[in-house]
Design a protein. Structure first.
Length: 236
């Protein structure tokens, strides 16, 4: 699937070189990346360095809730600033945790129910379980240090309706011009992408021009459009 402004121009040549038999060219290849960006859910990570010791500090869980609350407020404010495109948002919390005086932290997921209402013991138990899963043992008598609190906000973007192209008779070429096909100069039919109805089909050599790109169809290949305006090139 070649995209970008130059991709469809070279796509058929590349397919010939590597032995591909089918190419799909999006309706607007020059803005295909932008379309993907606007259709994708949005995410952003927030983090706060904070040393908390579960098992020694009786208010460690409350302090953790306060830190997460600050991060959540910051994250939801950022989501709100993204505008009405975001349908709904959710947050995920993880903490970098370790046994005291060990060299590495483990990123441990903290479910919402636990960080909102759980005790220090409930939160520490999540780390013990993760440590046991990875290393095969736990030190249940040891306190647990939290070094960094992390929150990821996930904003859901509704699906975008892809418009359909009206069906019609095969499009007529606008003109013919000489083009270099990578080996020799050939006479090619020139089509305008906006004039191609759904179901249009024609053989190469041909050139399809549009505002954001140019599609080159080699001899020995056929081009056809579907109901969404996708251009399918197939080897004879």
């Amino acid at each position: 699937m070649p995209f970008g402004g130059a991709g469809p121009t070279h796509g058929n040549l590349l397919a010939n070189e590597v032995g591909l038999n089918t190419i799909l060219v999006p309706p607007s290849p020059g803005t295909f990346c932008a379309l993907g960006a606007i259709m994708s859910d949005i995410k952003r990570d927030f983090a706060r360095s904070r040393r908390l010791t579960l098992g020694l500090d009786p208010v460690a869980a409350d302090d953790l809730r306060a830190v997460i609350g600050d991060l959540e407020a910051e994250a939801l404010a950022w989501i709100d600033a993204e505008g009405d495109i975001v349908a709904k948002a959710a947050v995920e919390v993880t903490c970098d945790m370790q046994y005291p005086r060990t060299a590495f932290e483990l990123s441990t997921a903290i479910p919402e129910e636990t960080w909102r209402k759980g005790s220090s013991e409930d939160i520490a138990e999540l780390f013990h379980l993760e440590h046991e899963r990875l290393y095969g043992f736990r030190d249940a008598d040891s306190p647990v240090d939290i070094t960094t609190v992390r929150l990821r906000v996930h904003g859901e973007v509704p699906a975008v309706d892809v418009p359909e192209v009206a069906a019609g008779a095969d499009a007529k070429p606008a003109e013919e011009r000489d083009y270099f096909d990578g080996t020799d100069w050939v006479r090619a039919a020139v089509y305008h992408r906006s004039d191609l109805p759904a179901g249009a089909a024609f053989a190469g050599p041909a050139v399809i021009e549009q505002e954001d790109s140019t599609v080159w169809v080699l001899a020995g290949w056929h081009a056809a459009t579907d109901k969404h305006g996708m251009l399918r090139l197939t080897r004879d």
